[in-house]
Design a protein around this ligand. Structure first.
Ligand code: GLU
Length: 342
């Protein structure tokens, strides 16, 4: 009897081991270097000539950015970097910064600090809606829309504005794996025209969501939106989230693994403005876009991907970047919801 059960045990272990080998070789084959590079190149070639959308212009300087910039980078969770197109040009990070400020708040103060203050629900309103604040008295919103994002910035701990700013930029540097800088022209242009954001912040302060100086928080938020990034920066930032909070290129732990899933959840529900649902439906990827023309997306455990192309669609998302990232991820099995039955 004993030896029979041992044989059975050994046989079932062998089955388990060979099944695991099949699964890991499937995962490996989807992410073979040639396959990744081919997927990037195919998407680049397909969408390079696409002339749809227009640069954002409500921040005057964004209208002057070259609309032909188009680059894509994918960084795997084992730190390999693949790029195609223009990977040198930098654009302002804009709303994509909201992800990393939120991550810093959770790291400092815990996930409940976010869910208990501005909330973690989609508003069903535009990203800079005053109505959404009024409707929910500053709650049941999220850190990817402006009122929630400026509130998140105000929640970073520091003795003064400089200390808060240094924490924010150092967090972004660690996510990107290099020292980033502020595009002062973008900062100036937005600082001169951000009265609406100041109003959102004051309203959040009136509802007790922002403690301290709401106008200073708006100014720091405006600075964080003006940080200049290229596709490699954005893809490395995304890959750090895909890799449980540790930058796969530098090896530095940026945030704790247990704090990543909450960040990804809010990206999934509210990362692409009013088209967040459509995006999740077609890709399954937590993602964030910005009016500078960048989009980054996270395939948890597999890769981070980013594309930059300034012309935006009506919802405010880069036309080429959305299409390219969706194609590439789908070609590489990036959708975490797509599973085969056992
Ligand atoms: N700095 C921009 C604003 O506050 C960011 C908008 C965006 O990228 O969605 O309006």
């Amino acid at each position: 009897m004993k030896s029979l059960s041992r044989i059975l045990l050994q046989t079932s272990m062998a089955v388990v081991i060979s099944a695991a080998a099949v699964v890991s070789s499937q995962a490996a084959s989807a992410l073979e270097p040639e396959k990744i590079q081919a997927a990037l190149q195919a998407a680049y070639d397909k969408y390079k000539g696409l002339q749809e959308g227009a640069n954002a212009d409500y921040i005057p300087v964004l209208a002057k950015v070259d609309p032909n910039i188009f680059g894509i980078t994918l960084v795997t969770t084992d730190g390999k970097i693949y790029s195609v197109g223009d990977v040198k040009s930098e654009v302002s990070i804009q709303s994509i910064s909201k992800v990393f400020t939120m991550a810093r708040v959770i790291e400092e103060s815990g996930a409940e600090a976010i869910s208990g203050n501005m909330g973690v629900d989609a508003t069903g309103q535009v990203f800079n809606s005053i109505v959404a604040i009024e409707q929910y008295q500053g709650e049941e919103m999220n850190a990817m829309v402006n009122p929630g994002a400026i509130t998140a910035t105000s929640m970073i701990k520091g003795a003064n504005g400089d200390e808060v700013w240094n924490k924010i930029i150092n967090t972004y540097n660690d996510f990107a794996g290099r020292k980033l800088h502020v595009d002062e022209e973008v900062y100036k242009s937005e600082a001169e025209t951000n009265q609406r954001n100041q109003a959102l912040a004051m309203l959040m302060a009136a509802y007790g969501r922002i403690e301290g100086d709401a106008i200073e928080a708006t100014d720091i938020y405006t600075r964080q939106c003006s940080v200049a990034v290229n596709t490699k920066d954005l893809a490395t930032m995304a890959a750090t989230l895909a890799n449980g909070g540790t930058n796969p290129v530098t090896g530095k732990k940026v945030i704790s693994a247990e704090n990543v899933d909450e960040v990804l959840a809010v990206m999934a529900t509210a990362g692409l403005y009013d088209d967040s649902g459509k995006w999740l439906y077609t890709t399954g990827l937590p993602a964030k876009s910005g009016v500078g023309g960048g989009i980054l997306a996270v395939s948890p455990g597999k890769f981070g991907i980013a594309a930059i192309s300034p012309p935006l669609d009506a919802a405010g998302n880069s036309v080429r970047a959305q299409k390219a990232i969706a194609d590439i991820s789908n070609a590489l099995g990036g959708n975490p919801y797509k599973v085969q039955p056992k």
